[in-house]
Design a protein around this ligand. Structure first.
Ligand code: PMT
Length: 415
């Protein structure tokens, strides 16, 4: 695949594995970081070796695993010097206590003290330890120094009890690391993203829908979060994992429901990205009972609400990004949609082209503005999302005649 740009490509990560039961997840974490293009050095505390062997991590990382402060007396200086970001997962109460109090009595804690870059910690422990005010004070001290915390989650803990203390999901940790490397040009911007298909019911068991999986919309929601936005995701039926860090998540079935959720969330919104594939038609009548099988069935359809067009008609509309799903290279139709729906950007994708459109991890897009277009090669939907946000950010920055976002918000409050 062309243009397989990865956010973590060539990034050097120093992973500290402390002695908690979640240490077994570190192997998966290392693999996933490497899949994202990073290189990983691992430091294990002595206690962590009770849960996992250095060999497993050495194989996953493809690098020697470090542990002893005195094997190489300069490793606590040299390892951090070669590191872009330090990640401690799992971060136990013990290692957090050492970090917060400047204790440096092993390789991991000395590396932490000598490291000059960003540090992410993924706490993991029993809820009783997590609740302890001394631990909470240590955690507060670290976050006050700018250390980024991810998790912990609530759920069943290793001891069988329910409570807070589970290490964050590996995917959430990876998103946090990616976010630490992302520009924050959407900081505090309120963005609504729609994703997935809608369903228009003929009767209680049958509906009209389409092949949208939600992948493009969810990739956009994740990218907006990484870049600092407050994101509301309005999603049709999809099997994709809900992105971490959303401000709100609304699931809908019909185009009418999607329209209503978008409009409910609209006040003070800066950007709406309509990546969903809402149905254009709905049956004139939804039968209350299952339609019995017979020789033929004719159904009359009426138009479903056109959400993007409705948004485009608003007096103080937010910045609008639409998509154009076309069969064939019909850029002319995408340009016509830009004008007709009064969008600021339309992203053309040919849903019949290989590796593009519905239910694949890649897309081939052309980003269209009034007097500009940018055709991009096939790329992952994550990278396509980044490219779309670059275009939005560039356009908002040069909005010339348009009202600046803060003024728009103020006007809306006054109405
Ligand atoms: O979900 P995936 O499997 O990842 O697939 C991604 C995608 C192909 C669905 C996505 O990239 C895409 O093209 N989404 C738009 C699909 C679509 O409805 O295209 P359209 O050309 O029919 O609509 C134009 C625009 O109007 C779109 O922004 C659409 O969200 C919006 N629309 C359409 C119909 C409708 N009733 N209301 C709308 O707001």
């Amino acid at each position: 695949m062309k243009n397989k740009k990865k956010v973590l490509k060539n990034k050097k990560i120093l992973l500290g594995v402390a002695g908690g039961v979640a240490a077994y997840k570190s192997v998966d974490l290392v693999r996933r970081l490497k899949d994202e293009g990073a290189s990983v050095n691992v430091i294990m505390t002595d206690a962590s070796k009770n849960f996992i062997t250095p060999l497993s991590l050495e194989i996953a990382a493809g690098n020697k695993v470090y542990s002893n402060l005195f094997d190489d007396p300069m490793s606590h200086i040299n390892l951090p010097k070669e590191t872009d970001i330090m990640l401690i997962a799992p971060a136990t109460a013990n290692i957090i206590g050492k970090f917060a109090n400047g204790i440096a009595d092993d390789l991991l804690s000395t590396c932490f003290l000598s490291f000059k870059g960003r540090v992410v910690i993924a706490p993991s422990m029993n809820w009783r330890m997590y609740d302890n005010p001394i631990f909470q004070e240590n955690l507060r001290r670290l976050t006050a120094y700018g250390i980024i915390q991810v998790g912990p989650d609530k759920g069943t803990l290793a001891c069988g009890e329910e409570g807070i203390g589970r290490m964050a999901d590996v995917s959430e940790i990876i998103e946090t690391i990616k976010s630490a490397f992302s520009k924050k040009d959407f900081f505090k911007k309120k963005v609504i993203v729609t994703a997935g298909p809608t369903r228009e019911y003929l009767d209680p068991v049958r509906f009209l829908s389409n092949r949208s999986s939600g992948k493009m919309g969810y990739a956009l929601a994740r990218a907006c979060i990484r870049r600092g936005a407050e994101v509301i995701l309005v999603s049709g039926p999809s099997n994709i994992e809900k992105p971490h860090g959303l401000k709100a998540f609304h699931t809908v079935e019909t185009t009418r429901e999607m329209r209503d959720e978008v409009f409910k969330s609209l006040p003070a919104t800066d950007v709406v990205i309509m990546a969903a594939a809402p149905a254009d038609f709905s049956p004139e009548k939804e039968e209350k009972a299952k339609i019995e099988k017979s020789g033929r069935l004719s159904v009359n359809f009426k138009s479903a609400p056109d959400i993007l067009s409705e948004l485009g008609k608003l007096k103080n509309k937010p910045f609008l990004v639409g998509f154009a799903a076309e069969t064939g290279r019909r850029l002319d139709r995408a340009k016509e949609k830009l004008i007709r729906k009064n969008a600021d950007i339309v992203v053309f994708n040919d849903v019949t082209a290989p590796c593009s459109g519905f239910d694949v991890d890649t897309n081939k897009i052309t980003i269209i503005r009034k007097n500009k277009e940018l055709s991009l090669p096939v790329m992952t939907k994550d990278n396509a999302a980044e490219a779309i946000l670059d275009a939005v950010s560039g356009a908002i920055g040069k909005q010339g005649g348009r009202q600046p976002i803060r003024k728009l918000r103020a006007n809306r409050r006054r109405r």
